[in-house]
Design a protein around this ligand. Structure first.
Ligand code: PEP
Ligand code: MG
Length: 562
């Protein structure tokens, strides 16, 4: 009998395979380990650290090759913690007091973890890094088996309570048929890496996952948010078939000839190749904050020019929409020393920081963008995140004028790119005409727009039913923005998760979006849907959805149930 467990699919992919549990935290209770004399325990600790260092360095190298240099920088932080005197002194003090190396490690790391956990969301991620190193050391000390995630046998479905970013980055997409975890959400780093690597993944399955045994036959059906144990023949066929994608490298148009641009969302240069391979017309959202995360200092102007020009060269006939730095809220940038906030999602984030505390970073980024616009092959577009007030946009546009004039004075080559604003707040949707009159394009970020229109945090499972762009007020906000853009001769795209759901493509075409941007893996399906869509029928679907009162009515209209 097959059994289905629900979770959150983070890639629109599915895979079939044999279960292998990954339990890096499985080791004897550190406090139960008998201590030898302090000198021996110190030696054991030093040896364990040396082994951990070797492992981390090898993993760092592999991650740099497979995912990218920026992601590999996660390991630098881990290596640093390994030698952090605050932690190592704590371990040695405990050993001198008669503890075994295991107990010393557990006590010292747990104290540091507790400190990080006391901080707001983004610093709490550091606690994850600490847990990662603690468990690594405890495993080494207990002589426990190390599952080499890079060398899993082909057809492995990996199950774990949670996977760290470093775990996920080790996975070989050709060998790993998928993974499922008990905890985690859509926007976790593990989920983002899974999307970059194209691995089927379902997270947040809960305790029920623990019931699945090593060696079981499992389907990870991320398209349908499910993990299926002992799948029947029908499920097997469906899951296997979904891997065969028909990539459309050319631009697509609707059945009646309206072109809709389909672009990729990405955060690192390492994802450019995958985006191209899935048939992206360009990049619709380059989340530049990923260039700033997990490192010790921000990238300088030269590094950024190179990164943006690389993206432009990857799409010589396309457009690359780069979003300026969008940090604050829940995104960890340790060297920025972001203060703790009562309501981070309503706080100092996005353009607010760029026009305030992060003015220097904003200036460097804009200089790099203007220079890259003159250097790279494709067309650069730049947009600003989380704009709520027209004054903010005016101030950002003024910064661009000032920077252009500085570059002029310095005799540096530059070009002013196409400029745009993200519609992520109800304020931006309501004032979309004012915004569109000032810029070349708008791009709707439905992840934040749904959160703010519905007053439902995007990462809070308890209100996930409200954080859904199919709610009529979200659709009406989108409609208003599209009309305002077109009335003002601006083009309008969508780069929130909603854009990558092929079930919603007809509705979005009907609403009049000119561009849809999404995780690369969903591009083939959305392109196929566009080709099947008739604009007049799509407009009718959109009109009916806009007139609906409930999300359920909208769902029925979209799925054409009566
Ligand atoms: C959005 O809010 O929809 C968006 C695309 O931005 P992010 O998910 O990076 O906040
Ligand atoms: Mg956003």
């Amino acid at each position: 009998m097959s059994q289905t467990l629900d979770g959150v699919g983070v890639t629109p992919l599915s895979g079939l395979g044999t279960v292998r549990w990954y339990r890096p935290g499985d080791h004897p209770d550190p406090e139960d380990v008998d201590a030898a004399d302090p000198e021996t325990e110190r030696e054991r600790f030093d040896e364990a650290r040396a082994t951990a260092r070797e492992e981390l360095e090898a993993e760092r190298e592999r991650t740099a090759e497979r995912v990218g240099e920026e992601e590999a920088a996660v390991f630098d932080a881990h290596l640093q913690f390994l030698d952090d005197p605050q932690i190592t002194d704590g371990v040695e003090d405990a050993i001198d007091d008669g503890a075994a190396a295991e107990a010393g490690v557990a006590r010292s790391f747990d104290a540091a973890i507790e400190q990080f956990e006391g901080m707001e969301g983004m610093m709490a991620e550091r606690a994850d890094d600490m847990r990662d190193i603690r468990d690594r050391l405890l495993r080494i000390l207990s002589g426990g088996e190390r599952i080499d995630l890079a060398e899993l046998p082909e057809g492995t479905v990996l199950l774990a309570e949670r996977l760290t970013p470093s775990d996920t980055a080790q996975l070989d997409p050709d060998a790993c048929a998928g993974f499922a975890t008990m905890t985690g959400g859509r926007t976790s780093h593990a989920a983002i890496f899974a999307r970059s690597l194209g691995i089927p993944a379902v997270v947040g399955v809960g305790d029920a996952l623990a019931e699945i045994e090593d060696g079981a036959d499992v389907a990870v059906d991320a398209e349908h948010d499910a993990v299926i144990v002992d799948p029947d023949e029908e499920t097997r066929e469906r899951v296997s078939a979904s891997r065969e994608v028909d990539v459309r490298a050319d631009r697509v148009e609707t059945a009646d000839g309206r072109e809709v641009e389909v672009a990729a969302n990405l955060g690192t240069s390492a994802e450019l190749e995958g985006a191209d391979a899935q048939g992206a017309d360009g990049v619709g959202l380059y989340r530049t904050e990923f260039l700033f995360l997990d490192r010790e200092s921000p990238p300088d102007e030269e590094e950024q020019v190179e990164t943006y020009a690389e993206a432009l060269d990857a799409f010589p006939d396309g457009r690359v929409v780069v979003r300026t730095l969008d940090v604050g809220g829940d995104k960890p940038v340790p060297y920025l020393d972001l203060p703790e906030e009562e309501n981070p999602f309503l706080g100092n984030r996005g353009i607010r920081r760029s026009l305030g505390d992060d003015g220097d970073l904003f200036e460097t980024q804009l200089r790099a963008l203007l220079r890259a616009a003159a250097e790279g092959a494709g067309t650069l577009s730049v947009m600003f995140p989380l704009v709520a007030a027209v004054e903010e946009l005016d101030a950002a546009l003024e910064r661009i004028d000032e920077i252009a004039s500085d570059l002029d004075d310095e005799g540096v080559d530059y070009a002013v790119p196409e400029l745009g604003v993200m519609v992520e707040t109800p304020a931006a949707a309501l004032m979309a005409d004012e915004f569109a009159a000032r810029v070349d394009f708008l791009s709707i970020g439905t992840n934040d727009l749904a959160q703010y229109v519905m007053a439902a945090a995007r990462e809070n499972d308890a209100v996930a039913h409200l954080h859904d762009p199919r709610h009529p007020p979200v659709l009406r906000a989108i409609d208003r923005a599209v009309e305002a853009a077109h009335d003002n001769d601006a083009w309008i795209g969508m780069c929130g998760e909603m854009a990558g759901n092929p079930e919603l493509t007809e509705l979005l075409v009907g609403l009049g979006l000119d561009e849809l941007s999404m995780s690369a893996v969903t591009i083939p399906d959305v392109k196929a849907q566009i080709e099947e869509t008739d604009t007049a029928d799509a407009r009718e679907v959109a009109d009916r959805a806009l007139a609906a009162s409930t999300k359920e009515d909208v769902r029925r209209i979209i799925t054409q149930e009566s």
